[in-house]
Design a binder for this molecule. Sequence first.
Ligand code: FES
Length: 122
Amino acid sequence: MYVVVCRGPNCRARGALPLRHRLVKLLKHDPEVRLLGYSCFGQCDYGPNVAFYPPGEWYGGLAERDDAERVVRHARTGETLGPQLCLPDGERELHLRNIADLVRTHERDRARRPHRHWWWPF
Ligand code: FES
């Protein structure tokens, strides 16, 4: 499972940076859940935004103090995170293709450097 966190300026302005830092701490030694950064999902008004891949689910507004823990529980157990963001079909498919490319690159890099657990810079 990949947790793909928006690194874009609008999500950052809405609190994505503390979320990303907390996720790094929580997932640093988790071999099953991996972090990736992403430029922008085009859902800037709803940030901070996170996608789960697979299956390809988006959630927004993750700026509360315990949201990193909720994100991790969702990734590990499927515990609900609330309503999903609804991306337009064309955009959703585009982002899923981009994420799949990032995952392939990450997996190739991880095979070379197995001790690295997230895409750098995250
Ligand atoms: S800046 Fe995060 S979705 Fe655009």
